[in-house]
Structure formats: structure tokens, C-alpha cells
Design a protein around this ligand. Structure first.
Ligand code: DGT
Ligand code: CA
Ligand code: CA
Length: 554
């Protein structure tokens, strides 16, 4: 910045601070000087050297002195003095788009608000309501201005992103003139975390689709809107990219925005070798579009079968596709049950009924509820729930078999209240697997799976010990569990791929505690698909006879 621009900025800031202080005429004098200095064609230092400062419109004795101070010392004490009279937070507020010093002064005097955080609290608690000059529109603008100042959000865990995406897709499908709405990007690839959310729609009226998105209650601010694209930020900072395209290009655009980047780069190279060009609008031979409406068409035009989105990472999928050896990946419809439903203290018979109903809608054959480690059936679960479970479990001719599993962390003593059907080992991914090969207690039911939690305090993947767990599971013939949230350091898709290649069965769990949460199993399935796992590699995908307590009653 040149000296002129710097000085002009300082005088502008002084004017704002004087407004904030409630001064009546001084602010305008400083603004006038700021404008004149900014539009000077000569460097202000030269003007000073030839003694011409007072010729600048708006520069009187007081301002001339401040310019000289600045040229001499690089600072203006008066500026520092008035700035020091205010809480720094109110100066931040004053700079927000659409607010300004006069409004900030009212916040300070009438509401005793001193910073952005308190202002947001005042907005949220309704304290601004009824204050003169702050109608609902203005309040909403203030809210969105405050939201835009929040630091950019880091990556969002898959489960969180998926839940919000499902709501937005539903809102667009039911509330906007769209033909098709789909999820793209890393969320469609079911990456363990997503940077931003990419959505894609076809519509003849993109404006209306964008209007629907921006008016959604989750949306805090609009970053940009063009003829085919809108970007918004949600209240928690997650960014949404929505594109609207014509149906003839839908497949090509969906393919392009699903990525990954590495997959797309490889696809473009392949096209070039065939004398074709591929971009987000289609596959072209010269000027002629030869594919674009569907993804199948796009891949077919390049001599490839359709490649499942979860494995589009340029990690072997092209070689497999070209050799006709793409794996048949497990799908949610292959599953026959879930062996890791969470039973917590509050879970009552009604919740179990709702879970059974949801399982029934999926045509499942069994549902395994797990008593978590460190919680005793007798102590935590209501007696009614335990009785209910017992009865349902023993009932014959049930469409869905209810099983009871118990978590074991290597130390907890088996509970006595109910008879369990199987064990699940809860192990930390950061530690070595237990030396013992048997499930707890001689003659007790089988150890079906190990559920690995991230090692405490770890952020990275403890790949060394994960490999040990894979060996262990292979050796004792136990499955490893994948959950809808794969926090850093737990069994992620890379580790699951290694395990599956070693012949270890994987268990796709929903970790649900309610009927509605059973849908989350789709994320575990997605993680298994990313891991290239076929139905044969999945414990709960086989038409499998659920384990029954084999031992005689003592
Ligand atoms: P994220 O958001 O970081 O979790 O990952 P993605 O894969 O969703 O990345 P994003 O949102 O930046 O872009 C979505 C897709 O769009 C990306 O997977 C591939 C495609 N794409 C975006 N920018 C480029 C690019 O510069 N070159 C290529 N080839 N593809 C791109
Ligand atoms: Ca993305
Ligand atoms: Ca994006």
C-alpha cells in the first residue's frame, strides 16, 4: 500500500471511531480528508515537502499535523488514543457488512453488547426484537453477517455430512422444480470425512432451485450465485456447492463432480488416447457429444464398465475395469441383519419394538443388541427391557430373531442377568490385540466381532497395531467391525481393505440406538465398498444362521 492509501485508510478509520463515539461533525471532516488524499495524483510526502498539505481539500491545521506525524514517525497517537477507548470487539462489529459505526454505537449503548459473540447471543435470544430500527429483515442480515466472520470449518465427519445432505436433497426434491437431485463429491465416494458438500440437480428453473437452497433454515450465508452454480455456508460453517445442469449433461457432470480428482485425471488421459475429450459436459469426438446423459454412457464411450463411486480413487479400479475384473461390491440390500445395536440404560421395550419394525422393513432376519461394556444389564437396563428381550428372544416363529450380545473389553466380568448369544470385543486400535484366543469364560458363546475404537489421544492411524489386529482376527476367525463413523485411528476403509484381502470377515454395523438410525448402516456399507469388499466378505451379508446359545443350562 502506498503512503496515500495508508493515510486515507487511517483517516477513514478515525472517522468511524468518531462516529462510534457519537461525535457530530468531526467524522465528516476526516472522511473528506480521506477521500481527497486517496484521489491525489501526487505522493503525499512530496506534497508535504513542498509545503502544500493545506491545499488538499479537507485538510486543516489539525489534520495537517497528523499527516506530518505519520510521515515522520509512521504512527498517529490520536488514532491510537481513540481506538483504545473502545472494546476491540465493538470495532470488529462496526466493520461487519451492513452494520457500521452508528449501529455499533447503539449496540454498545442500548444493549451493552461489546463484541461479536455477545451480539450473536443478543440476536439468538431475541433481545434485538422490538428495538427500534431492528426489524426481522435487519436482524437476519446481522445474523448472516456475523456467520460469515466465522473461521472456515475443517473437514466434516461422514455421518454428520450425510445426515445434513439427506435433508437438503429431500428439501430440494419436494420444494423446488427439479427432475433429479443427487449427491456428488467425496460424500458420494463415502470418504471418512468431507471438505464440502457437492449437490447436483437438473431443472429448467435453476433460480428457483437456488432460492430454495438459500432459504433453507440450515443456511447461514450465500457465498456466490451464478447461472448454474450456487455456493452457500451452513450455520455450522459447512460449505455446499449446488450445480444445476441440463439433463443431456447430467451423467457427465455427476461423474466429473463425484471425482476423485485423481480418478478424473486418469479418465481424461484414457479419453485422449482414444482421440476423445471428456469434461463436465460430456464425452466429445471433435465437436460432437457422444455421451453425457448417464454415467454408464460416459464410461461405456471410453470402453469401460460403470465404476462404483466408492472406488473412484485411482487405486486399481481402472486396471480392474479394463481386465473385466471389477469386484462385485457388497450392497445394503445384501445384508440380513446387524449385530451391533446399542442398548443403553434409557432403551426401553418400545425402542426395541421400533428397532425390530425398522429391521422388518429391511427384510432382515436378525437383530443383535449389544450391552455395552461397563454397563450391567441388571443395573442399567430397566428390568422391563430385559424381560422383553428375553421373551422376544425365546419366542419361536418370529420373523426376526433378536439376539443379545455383550461387549467385552478384556477385563469386565460377564453379567448374570441374561443369557448372551455372543460377544463383541471392544479393543483399542492403538493397542495390541489380547493374547487369549477364546471368548471370555469357558464354554461361553462365540466371539463374533471385534469393534476397534481409536486409541486414546491419537489422531493418526496407528497402522502398525491395526495390522496386528488383522492378523489376530484372521488367526482366531473373528470378524472386524466397521461403524458409520470411522474416526481417525479406528478401522478405516484402507485398513478394512487389507483385512478383507487377508480373508478376515467384516461386520457392517449401524451402531444405531433407534429405528431411524438403522439407515446409518448404509455408511458402513459404503466404507466396505471403498474397501473393495464383496458380499462374501461380510459377516452380516451371508444368509447366515444366527448363533444360538449352544451350551446347556447349568
Ligand atoms: P472434499 O470436498 O475435499 O472432501 O473432496 P471432493 O472430492 O468432494 O472435492 P471438491 O469438492 O473440491 O470437488 C468435487 C469434485 O469435482 C472432485 O472430486 C473432482 C472434481 N474437481 C474439482 N476440481 C477439479 C479440478 O481442478 N480438476 C479435476 N480433474 N477435477 C476437479
Ligand atoms: Ca466436496
Ligand atoms: Ca466442492
Amino acid at each position: 500500500m502506498g503512503t496515500n492509501a495508508e493515510l486515507s485508510e487511517i483517516f477513514g478509520a478515525i472517522a468511524d471511531l468518531l462516529d462510534l463515539a457519537g461525535e457530530r461533525f468531526k467524522p465528516e471532516a476526516y472522511r473528506r480528508a480521506a477521500r481527497s488524499i486517496d484521489s491525489l495524483t501526487e505522493d503525499v510526502r512530496k506534497v508535504a515537502d513542498r509545503g502544500g498539505l493545506r491545499e488538499i481539500p479537507g485538510v486543516g491545521e489539525a489534520i495537517e499535523e497528523k499527516i506530518r506525524e505519520y510521515l515522520r514517525d509512521g504512527r498517529i497517537p490520536y488514532f491510537e488514543k481513540i481506538r483504545g477507548q473502545f472494546p476491540p470487539g465493538i470495532i470488529e462489529i462496526m466493520k461487519l457488512p451492513g452494520i457500521g459505526p452508528k449501529t455499533a454505537r447503539r449496540f454498545l449503548l442500548e444493549l451493552k453488547v461489546e463484541g461479536p459473540k455477545e451480539l450473536l447471543e443478543a440476536v439468538d435470544s431475541g433481545r434485538l426484537q422490538g428495538v427500534k430500527g431492528f426489524g426481522p429483515r435487519k436482524v437476519e442480515l446481522i445474523r448472516k453477517a456475523l456467520a460469515a466472520t466465522e473461521p472456515p470449518k475443517g473437514r466434516t465427519p461422514l455421518l454428520e455430512a450425510w445426515e445434513i445432505a439427506r435433508q437438503l436433497v429431500e428439501a430440494l426434491r419436494s420444494g423446488a422444480p427439479v427432475d433429479q437431485v443427487e449427491i456428488a463429491g467425496s460424500l458420494r465416494r463415502r470418504r471418512e470425512s468431507v471438505g464440502d458438500l457437492d449437490l447436483l440437480a437438473t431443472s429448467r428453473e435453476p433460480e428457483k432451485v437456488f432460492d430454495r437452497l438459500s432459504s433453507d433454515p440450515h443456511v447461514a450465508s450465500i457465498v456466490l450465485r451464478g447461472p448454474t452454480k450456487e455456493t452457500v455456508l451452513l450455520k455450522d460453517g459447512l460449505q455446499i456447492d449446488l450445480r444445476v445442469v441440463e439433463p443431456a449433461a447430467f451423467g457427465a457432470t455427476w461423474q466429473y463432480f463425484t471425482g476423485s480428482k485423481d480418478h478424473n485425471v486418469r479418465l481424461r488421459t484414457l479419453a485422449r488416447d482414444l482421440g476423445l475429450k471428456v469434461n463436465e459436459y460430456g464425452v466429445f469426438r471433435g465437436e460432437e457429444r457422444i455421451a453425457g446423459a448417464t454415467e454408464e454412457e460416459v464410461y461405456r464411450s471410453l470402453g469401460l464398465p460403470w465404476i462404483p463411486s466408492e472406488i473412484r480413487e485411482n487405486s486399481g479400479e481402472f486396471e480392474a475395469a479394463q481386465a473385466g475384473k471389477l469386484p462385485k461390491l457388497v450392497a445394503a440390500s445384501d445384508l440380513h441383519g446387524d449385530l451391533h445395536i446399542h442398548l443403553a440404560g434409557e432403551t426401553g421395550p418400545k425402542d426395541v419394538e421400533a428397532l425390530l419394525e425398522a429391521a422388518h422393513r429391511r427384510s432382515w432376519r436378525y437383530l443383535g443388541v449389544i450391552v455395552p461394556v461397563a454397563e450391567s444389564c441388571d443395573g442399567v437396563l430397566a428390568a422391563a427391557t430385559v424381560r422383553f428381550l428375553e421373551e422376544r428372544r425365546r419366542a419361536t416363529g418370529e420373523a426376526i430373531r433378536l439376539l443379545l450380545g455383550e461387549e467385552f473389553d478384556g477385563t469386565n466380568a460377564p453379567h448374570t442377568a441374561i443369557e448372551r448369544d455372543y460377544w463383541v470385543l471392544r479393543g483399542s486400535a492403538g493397542t495390541s490385540p489380547p493374547a487369549h484366543r477364546d471368548s471370555p469364560g469357558a464354554g461361553s458363546p462365540p466371539l463374533l466381532a471385534a469393534h476397534l475404537t481409536p486409541s486414546e489421544g491419537s489422531t493418526g492411524s496407528p497402522s502398525g497395531s491395526l495390522a496386528e489386529w488383522v492378523d489376530w482376527a484372521q488367526e482366531i476367525g473373528t470378524a472386524l467391525e466397521v461403524a458409520p463413523t470411522a474416526p481417525a485411528g479406528a478401522l478405516d476403509s484402507a485398513a478394512a481393505r487389507r483385512a478383507s484381502e487377508h480373508g478376515v470377515l467384516l461386520h457392517a454395523s449401524s451402531s444405531a440406538a433407534t429405528g431411524a438410525e438403522l439407515d446409518r448402516i448404509e455408511l458402513s456399507v459404503g466404507l466396505l465398498r471403498r474397501a473393495w469388499v464383496a458380499p462374501e466378505g461380510v459377516l452380516n451379508a451371508a444368509p447366515w444362521a444366527p448363533p444360538r446359545p449352544a451350551r446347556p443350562k447349568p
